[in-house]
Design a protein around this ligand. Structure first.
Ligand SMILES: [Mg+2]
Length: 146
């Protein structure tokens, strides 16, 4: 997997940083370390976020300050323009997003999967895992517990 150049869409809020939109939350453990490693390995990173306008600009600049230059932002390619006949779905190999079904796996696990020969892979134990614990959610199909 590591020899092929990958195009990877990365969400911002809840994925790179804790979800504090429109503020910028704390950086999630290892987020920029893994993103920089992916970038250094030649992979293309696309910021894939609902942010727009000045909030989007803040996120892009925040990532730039942390050494990440996105190949494109909310597009498949840097120069892509949209019209109503072009799909808004972007063309990537992988999506990294805290809204994945099953929850966010954490950056350590992402490194293991996408950079299997990384010297920075740690033996992940329960104590060192950066996987976000799942919040207990109300079951919206069946309503609140009475
Ligand atoms: Mg998110």
């Amino acid at each position: 997997m590591s020899s092929r150049i990958l195009t990877i869409a990365v969400d911002f809020d809840g994925t790179i940083v804790e979800h504090r939109y429109p503020e910028i939350g704390e950086i999630l453990p290892e987020a920029f370390e893994v993103l920089r490693e992916l970038q250094e390995n030649g992979h293309r990173l696309i910021l894939w976020t609902l942010r727009d306008g000045i909030d989007l600009e803040s996120a892009v600049n925040f990532c730039l300050d942390n050494g990440i230059i996105f190949y494109a932002v909310n597009h498949s390619k840097p120069d892509e323009e949209f019209n109503k006949y072009i799909s808004r779905k972007i063309d990537v190999d992988y999506f990294i997003d805290d809204r994945n079904i099953g929850g966010f796996m954490g950056w350590d696990k992402i490194r293991e999967l996408l950079i299997p020969d990384s010297p920075n892979i740690k033996k992940v134990t329960d104590e060192t895992s950066t996987t976000q614990p799942q919040k207990k959610k109300r079951n919206f199909l069946f309503g609140k517990k009475s």
